[in-house]
Design a protein around this ligand. Structure first.
Ligand code: TRP
Ligand code: ZN
Length: 865
């Protein structure tokens, strides 16, 4: 059946909100069976059913069945009919933050993926598109602001101090995009004139008193709206665009039609309270949710298996936006680092799944790095394959052909094939096959023949449920860097030129012979990270140093530095474990020093070069028998080595990075601060007294949250009075700010000090902590489990036990949050045997609980399989 019109009448009340839904239902003409079904199964969860009327007639209890998940109505007509269902839910008791709930007194909804059914009985699936009319009423004092999707048609006062608002959204939409907000909110207004000259009202709703922290979000919104017009020809389609910031939220933000709802930490920013990273995150999430209006809302998903259709594509679009308004290469480096830090381990572990999964127990568990980030990489590869112009043509065709539909990945891919004539049949395999391909390359040069050979093999390792894999279409961007540092022409034997510097791998093994190569080059492979693969090529340390210094592809210059650093860190780790002396990386440090001094490179880029790979990245590079303790020490050693080798230039760079004048969040200023912070981190790694004092001074003189946290993040690892003074000061300044104080929790949770777990456990009893608030849980328990490998992986297993207990505790009221926290164990199988055993014990302990949520059950069983 289809539902074409929905009229909701919602009477807000903290404990008993009454929802009357009038639905226009009709048999789906495209249904498979020849006869219209005579039973209708509506989804519904946690609702108290009050009454049902079918085409105006009240149904007796014999006419329907009620289960904990569904309302089954028998003997429905074989043509169109109306249903009127009245039910009651309890927003105050809703701590799962799905459906209708209250956050700091604000009523709000979260309907993706399957939350609408906790508000009303419905066909809660994304291919049922309806026009919604929503009447909300509430007590005026409790909820002076009443919002829903679309345009407001009316509002007015009612008896008993109540009032109402009537909203109408003309765009048919799936239930997951429905939203409602009610509460005492302040509004910041602006406007935007679209490319066709239509005026759009922009409104950001926040807690009263926070209006002055919305300016950045508003600017970002206008930039994103303009960018989507210029880059994709997409215009906004309602008279008002609203954003509401709430404090209790399971994720970052939600793209409800015309009424985005955000986690407030991704809206509110001021120089004193938000770091440069927060400013950048706000920019990217505002853009992401706004871009969903076309990729997600106007064109939505036929079913939840197609989730990457909207998420991968929208992440790709927000990455491109950030690259355009900031620095392209720095954005690419950050995006690839994020991909490798989160998605690659997922793809290599027990939770690996294709970008388009083939089955799920709980869809909420598939809002993953694979669907989002690898999904974005697939869109990027399509662009590489069809070219910029072809990509735009394909996107135009997609918007033209599928506007107003709920569609599929196949339909999306067909648009690029039809618009450009490219064959993407083999490329589709990327959506079906899990696992990160290994690309093993061998490069040889024959000086007599003036020819170079590149042999590449795709190794596709098995993943859960997929033993054998087919070769993929992998776009391999490359260059051959000549001895003078310049790219040599890419000419294949047979005279063919390599178009756009991209080779197309389509078979398991392929060889390419380059001719007219005058001197031995160093191959620069996978430029710009042209495909989400693990590349192995046996370049010497010297060749990596050469690429670091000379590659014309700035991304690959950074990648060469990263690869070399990972190599050095792995060697030092192995030496530590074997009780041997490690070989130093002096040449690496020297080249870093040259790059640090290179004023032609933007500061943000130099900051990325100077930031050594994280412990998690080193662990991933090592890959098996991982000892997080040894990795931590190795990384410290490598930093200290670089810092001592470059001591004087670093001190000079630190002093030069100090930016006079007022704080500005723009990318160039942020880049200078990032360089200062990267340098400070290296200086601190020397462990010298004078450097600890420098960090303490950095804290004391901080004029922005960016500078303050740069220092605090270092001080928390250094036992002593400086640390305690800074933490106390931070607490005193920000204890009344529920967003900023999360940093105070997080910094203590990521400390390398041995008593960190005990501190974290004590902080769960702090008066400002609340286990019911996802931001608090992520700041304290999440940061400990995901960003403190040293202490989470304590050799005694106490870190695992603590996190497992929190998972079980949280699972009783917020399964989504519990399941996310549990994914901190996703790489447990690569650990050395002792830790592996301790981690398994905790996973088994979770699995033994009889009353697990579907969310946690799904993750823990896959993890142990
Ligand atoms: N669609 C949202 C986005 O990508 C994310 C999302 C999915 C979400 N499910 C959610 C957000 C549940 C909050 C709660 O932006
Ligand atoms: Zn999204």
């Amino acid at each position: 059946h289809l539902i074409e019109r929905v009229a909701l009448d919602i009477a807000l009340d903290p404990e008993a909100t009454r929802v009357r839904a009038r639905l226009k239902v009709r048999p789906n003409p495209a249904a498979q069976s020849p006869m219209p079904a005579r039973t209708l199964v509506l989804d519904g969860e946690g609702l108290a059913l009050e009454a049902i009327k079918l085409s105006g007639r009240r149904l007796g209890s014999e006419a329907y069945e009620l289960t904990s998940q569904a309302l089954i109505i028998h003997d429905i007509p074989d043509r169109a009919f109306t249903l009127e269902i009245t039910s009651v839910c309890n927003p105050s008791a809703n701590k799962a933050l799905s459906g209708l709930y209250r956050s700091r007194g604000i009523y709000c909804t979260q309907c993706e993926a399957q939350g609408f059914r906790r508000l009303s009985y419905f066909l809660d699936r994304p291919d049922v598109l309806a026009v919604y009319e929503t009447r909300i009423e509430a007590h005026r004092d409790e909820a002076p602001i009443l919002l829903s999707n679309g345009n407001r048609l009316a509002r007015g006062r009612l008896a008993g101090g109540r009032h109402f608002a009537l909203w109408h959204d003309p765009h048919p939409k799936p239930s997951y995009l429905f939203a409602l907000v009610g509460g005492d909110l302040a509004v910041v207004r602006d406007r935007f004139v679209t490319m066709s000259g239509r005026r759009v009202r922009l409104e950001i709703y926040v807690e009263p008193g926070k209006e002055d922290r919305c300016a950045w979000a508003m600017e970002c919104l206008k930039r994103a709206m303009r960018w989507d017009e210029e880059k994709f020809g997409r215009e906004y389609d309602l008279d008002t665009f609203m954003i509401v910031a709430v404090s209790d939220f399971n994720m970052g933000a939600m793209e409800n039609k015309g009424l985005n709802i955000f986690n407030d930490k991704l809206i509110l920013a001021s120089p004193e309270t938000a770091t440069d990273e927060t400013y950048a995150a706000i920019e990217s999430v505002i853009a992401h949710e706004y871009f969903h209006n076309w990729t997600g809302n106007r064109i939505t998903c036929r079913d939840w298996f197609q989730l990457c259709l909207k998420e991968g594509l929208t992440v790709f679009r927000d990455q491109e936006f950030s690259a355009d308004v900031r620095s392209g290469v720095v954005q690419r480096i950050d995006d690839v680092r994020r991909l490798k830090a989160h998605q690659f381990p997922e793809d290599a572990g027990p939770l690996a799944h294709p970008v388009r999964p083939e089955k799920y127990i709980e869809i909420n568990n598939f809002y993953t790095a694979t669907v989002y980030q690898k999904g974005a990489e697939l869109c990027r590869m399509i662009r590489t394959i069809v070219g910029d112009e072809g990509f735009r043509k394909g996107m135009d065709l997609y918007f033209e052909r599928h506007d107003g539909e709920a569609t599929t990945v196949e339909a999306f891919i067909a648009c690029f094939e039809d618009a450009t004539g490219c064959d993407l049949a083999q490329f589709m395999q990327w959506y079906r096959q899990a696992g990160t391909p290994e690309l093993v390359a061998r490069f040889t040069y024959d000086p007599k023949a003036r020819a170079a050979m590149l042999d590449v093999e795709q190794v596709l390792l098995p993943t859960p449920g997929q033993a054998r894999k087919r070769p993929l279409h992998i776009p391999l961007a490359l260059g051959l860097v000549g001895p003078d540092g310049r790219d040599l022409p890419l000419k294949l034997a047979g005279g063919e030129r390599v178009a756009d510097g991209v080779l197309h791998l389509t078979r398991r093994r392929q060889s390419f012979r380059f001719v007219d190569v005058p001197a031995r080059p160093v191959p620069s492979l996978l430029r710009g990270f042209s495909a989400p693969v693990n590349l192995t090529i046996d370049l010497s340390d010297g060749e990596l140093l050469f690429l670091m210094g000379h590659d014309s592809d700035l991304y690959n210059r950074w990648q060469a530095a990263e690869t070399l650093a990972l190599r050095l860190a792995s060697r030092i780790t192995a030496a530590i474990r074997a009780g041997k002396q490690a070989r130093p990386g002096l040449a690496y440090a020297r080249t870093l020093g040259e790059l640090l001094a290179d004023e032609a490179l933007e500061p943000a880029y130099r900051a990325r070069l100077l930031t050594l790979p994280s412990e998690a990245e080193i662990a991933r590079h090592i890959g098996r028998d991982v000892d997080p303790g040894a990795i931590h020490r190795a990384r410290r050693r490598l930093m200290a080595l670089v810092a001592r080798a470059l001591y004087h230039p670093l001190v000079a760079a630190y002093e030069a990075a100090a930016t006079p004048g007022p704080y500005s969040p723009d990318a160039a200023s942020a880049g200078r601060r990032a360089l200062g912070a990267a340098v400070l981190q290296l200086l601190a790694a020397t462990g010298r007294k004078a450097e600890v004092a420098r960090v303490a001074r950095h804290y004391a003189r901080a004029r922005s949250m960016t500078e303050r946290t740069a220092a605090l993040g270092l001080l928390v690892d250094i036992k002593g009075p400086e640390r305690e003074r800074a933490l106390t000061d931070f607490y005193r300044r920000f204890k009344d700010d529920h967003i900023v104080i999360d940093k105070w929790f997080a910094f203590q949770a990521i400390s390398a000090l041995p008593e960190t777990l005990e501190t974290v456990a004590a902080l769960t009893r702090h008066e400002l902590f609340s286990i019911r608030n996802p931001n608090k849980v992520r700041a304290l328990v999440g940061a400990f489990a995901m960003s403190n490998p040293l202490q989470f992986h304590r050799p005694d297993g106490a870190g695992y036990a603590f996190v497992a207990e929190r998972v079980l505790e949280i699972d009783r009221f917020n399964p989504q949050l519990a399941a996310r926290l549990l994914s901190a164990f996703k790489s447990w199988k690569v650990l050395e045997p002792v830790r592996q055993r301790l981690a398994r014990q905790q996973l088994r302990r979770i699995a033994r609980r009889k009353t697990l949520s579907r969310d946690v059950y799904d993750i823990v069983t896959r993890m142990l399989a």
